[in-house]
Design a binder for this molecule. Structure first.
Ligand SMILES: Nc1ncnc2c1ncn2[C@@H]1O[C@H](COP(=O)(O)OP(=O)(O)OP(=O)(O)O)[C@@H](O)[C@H]1O
Length: 443
């Protein structure tokens, strides 16, 4: 009975939250419509596209500094105002891209993102705010842009762009900006834009670099890290390119790739080879005539959410709570932390740990295994047997409980004959915060 009441309460809370968000969206749309009546100049409707013939006085004041640019001028502004841009991804790249497109006066701005704002987004996803943690990212970006320029029509899409919905959404926009963070969506957007004949402006930013990384090193901001200003620079460049295309100016990166290195402050501009006649998407005899399953094609998910690995059997895993009891009971063991050294400065479990970052396991497992055995032997006075005859435990931990499993798996094969008992902490430091110490930081 209790469970049912709890379930109903949580369902009710979810519904209330949904109603709150829908009300927010409705208010925003109503407000927008009101202001649009004041701001928008006379329009001529041609099919499903709205063309503006002239600029209002408010437009002239607002855009005056770009109107006096001979390369852009009134013609460019009117074209921009008649155009629509879809920004896919409302994160580190999408925020700067969207705000500059809105500020410059694009006519319609669509923003796609399935995710919600998290605290760890705010150092670089600068249109979201502390009070919007938990709110839809696409809505949050639309709200921030609306505050800057209410004359733009904003369409937030809280959904994951996939092979089923992509063409339908893309077809009502003139330019598409890829501000996502995973390979499957990048392929999807490429093919969808070729099929729909829409220009695509792609960008990527990781660590200190604004460039696509080599496939074997593909990671994401959550794993690889990123200095917030780097996506700011790349997203702004994407906005510039999209504005040029939408306003009828010459694009700069057609068949070109710009590489940015924030560590040494350099830009490199690389010429790409021209369209291949044999390309299966845009070649002379294309074989891809409709969107395919890009997650399967890339062998990777279309979100950067890390799936939980299940590599070890239950007997090789302990919970964070069980480890806390081990510490409490002073059970002798070796704690092996496999996170990169830089992450140890952020937080550590309350027990001295041997730190061997996980990439070293793949590089030289023999050396790693002997390093661990040395520490185990030192601790047990040259024996793996404890006074009561049981074997000593090596407890492996990482941030989320994926690398720790892979590390234990590799070590178990290597140390099979030594009698060392290897386990990992299920869910890593995340579950330590959840199960043992709510004050322990998560990152
Ligand atoms: N297929 C997709 N459809 C809609 N949104 C997408 C899709 N793929 C990625 N995104 C969105 O693109 C954005 C990419 O931005 P970014 O990498 O800065 O954010 P993040 O995923 O929140 O970062 P972190 O890795 O720190 O969690 C994310 O908000 C993500 O939800």
């Amino acid at each position: 009975m209790d469970v049912t009441v709890k379930e109903l309460q949580s369902e009710l809370a979810e519904k209330e939250e949904e109603i709150r968000r829908l009300k927010q969206l409705l208010n925003m749309r109503e407000d927008q419509e009101e202001r649009l009546k004041v701001y928008i100049s006379p329009e001529v409707d041609v099919g499903d596209k709205t063309y503006h013939e002239r600029l209002s006085n408010a437009d002239i004041s607002r855009y005056s500094r770009q109107l006096i640019l001979p390369e852009f001028g009134v013609t460019g502004q009117i074209k921009l105002k008649s155009s629509s841009v879809l920004v896919v991804g409302a994160g580190g790249l999408g925020c700067p891209a969207a705000i500059y497109l809105a500020a410059a006066g694009v006519g319609k701005l669509g923003v796609v993102d399935y995710d919600e704002v998290e605290l760890s987004n705010l150092h670089r996803q600068i249109l979201h705010t502390v009070d919007r943690v938990g709110v839809s990212k696409s809505l949050s970006v639309a709200q921030s842009c609306f505050r800057l320029n209410p004359s733009v029509l904003y369409i937030p899409y809280q959904l994951q762009l996939n092979s089923t919905n992509a063409l339908d959404i893309i077809k009502s926009y003139d330019v598409v900006v890829d501000a996502t963070d995973n390979v499957a969506t990048r392929y999807l957007l490429n093919d969808a834009c070729v099929l729909a004949n829409k220009p695509l402006v792609s960008g990527s930013a990781l660590r200190f670099e604004g460039q696509p990384p080599p496939p074997e090193t593909v990671t994401n901001c959550s794993e690889g890290g990123v200095l917030g200003v780097v996506p700011g620079i790349i997203g702004s460049l994407q906005a510039l390119e999209a504005i040029k295309i939408a306003s009828g100016m010459e694009p700069s990166f057609c068949q070109r790739l710009l590489l940015f290195d924030g560590l040494d402050g350099t830009f490199r501009n690389i010429k790409l080879r021209s369209r291949s006649k044999s390309c299966s998407v845009c070649g002379e005899k294309p074989t891809i005539l409709k969107l395919i399953d890009y997650e399967q094609f890339c062998g990777a998910g279309a979100t950067d959410k890390n799936p939980d690995l299940h590599v070890l059997s239950d007997s090789s895993r302990i919970s964070a709570k069980e480890y806390a009891s081990m510490l409490n009971d002073r059970v002798p063991h070796v704690l092996l932390d496999v996170r990169p050294a830089v992450e140890l400065d952020i937080c550590k479990l309350p027990h001295p740990a041997l730190n061997i970052p996980f990439p070293l396991f793949n590089k030289n497992i023999s050396q790693v295994a002997s390093q661990i055995m040395q520490v185990v032997n030192d601790q047990c006075h040259s024996t793996t047997e404890q006074p009561d005859g049981s074997t000593i435990q090596v407890v492996c931990v990482c941030r989320r409980g994926n690398d720790s499993q892979l590390a234990v798996d590799l070590l178990q094969k290597k140390l099979l004959s030594t009698g060392v008992n290897l386990v990992d902490i299920r869910g890593g430091l995340y579950s330590w915060t959840k199960q043992v110490d709510a004050d322990f930081p998560t990152y």
